[in-house]
Design a protein around this ligand. Structure first.
Ligand code: NDP
Ligand code: TDO
Length: 297
């Protein structure tokens, strides 16, 4: 089986990708910043290294020692508002970090997979496919696009995966997501304001991990959009989450951008067209309601 090194393995995607790859008998080299927070650490196929991607030397040494077949670069600064407010740190992690990981991957591995975002688009057209023009409206989106450009210029086999509003069970200290945030807020009886003028194709983290495994397995190169199949507003997601968990929908206030502001601008209407992934990879994600059934009650 292929040996896969993952950066950002302590994150939401990282944890589920590690789990899936181990279930499929890949050899997994998980890397993350600080101590590992994964629950699969007993497997003989699993190794963990504490690696900060902006400290190039340790990653270089690990890649040289492990020579994995594939590197999945998922580590990033992902809090969009923090990226806007701390642009230098965001640039260090999201751009310089990617440059470092890519450079080392070019020397020691055969296939580089970069995890990118719908936020490379401006959110005017919506339902974006892999060849649509990019025009980010946030600093985070700008750094992810800069990294995409570096990866595209690489002479090694590469894949750029764009995904959108990832959700799933919060495990091992991963960041909150739309479903966990709505569920926890309503469970605690807190009122929330949720926008109805943004459009997304929310992505169940287990579907995303499956799509990436297909790419690894088939050595599929180029751009792929891996997202959910339903086009929803955050307000619709919140209502569906409340109904699914039997929580009080009256705590959810429908708002728009004139009421709900965040430090970083969000693209209003994204959503990713997954036709290419369906056709070429056999990627078939769950619907939002179906995925809610797989979440912890
Ligand atoms: N979540 C989403 O909705 C979407 C995510 N993406 C992309 O998917 C990828 C995975 O994101 P996701 O798992 O959801 O987000 P998380 O924030 O859960 O995971 C990102 C991980 O990167 C780690 N990290 C941050 N800085 C460094 C660093 N300097 N060195 C090493 N690791 C670092 C974080 O560590 P720590 O946990 O210790 O902070 C975290 O574990 C990212 O590239 C993101 O841009 C794309 C579209 C949507
Ligand atoms: C906190 C909050 C969010 N929302 C909405 C806005 C947004 O569409 C959705 C999720 O909000 P967040 O601020 O958590 O997520 P946000 O930072 O917008 O999510 C992004 O994360 C990065 C990593 C990506 O790459 C993108 O694909 C995207 O999913 O919920 C509200 O309506 N009210 C609120 O109080």
């Amino acid at each position: 089986m292929k040996k896969v090194l993952i950066t950002g393995a302590n994150g939401l995607l990282g944890q589920y990708l590690v789990k899936l790859l181990l279930e499929k008998n890949y050899v997994v080299i998980a890397t993350g910043k600080g101590d590992q927070r994964l629950s699969q650490n007993e497997s003989p196929l699993f190794t963990y290294y504490d690696i900060d991607v902006i400290e190039g030397f340790s990653l270089h040494e690990v890649l040289k020692h492990e020579t994995p077949d594939v590197v999945v670069h998922a580590a990033a600064m992902t809090q969009i508002d923090d990226c806007e407010l701390q642009p230098e740190q965001c640039e260090r992690v999201n751009v310089q970090g990617t440059a470092q990981v890519l450079l080392d991957a070019e020397a020691f591995c055969k296939h580089f997979i970069y995890i990118s975002t719908d936020f490379v688009f401006d959110g005017v057209k919506g339902n974006y496919n892999e060849t649509d023009d990019c025009n980010p409206v946030s600093f985070y989106g700008f750094t992810k696009l800069q990294s995409e450009s570096m990866v595209e210029m690489s002479e090694m086999p590469w894949t750029i995966v764009r995904t959108c509003l990832v959700y799933g069970n919060v495990v091992g200290g991963t960041r909150s997501n739309i479903v966990s945030w709505v569920k926890n807020s309503l469970t605690e009886g807190n009122k929330i304001k949720v926008v109805s003028d943004q459009v997304r194709t929310p992505t169940f983290v287990e579907d995303l991990a499956c799509g990436i495994e297909l790419i690894i397995n088939k050595t599929a190169e180029g751009f792929y959009h891996l997202a959910g199949k339903d086009i929803l507003t955050p307000y619709e997601m919140a209502i569906a989450t409340a109904e699914h968990f039997g929580l009080n929908k009256d705590l959810i206030e429908k708002v728009d951008a004139s009421v709900f502001t965040q430090p970083a601008k969000r693209p209003p209407k994204t959503g990713l067209d997954i036709t290419k992934a369906r056709t070429e990879l056999g990627y078939e994600p769950m619907g939002f309601s179906e995925a809610l059934n797989k979440l912890k009650i």
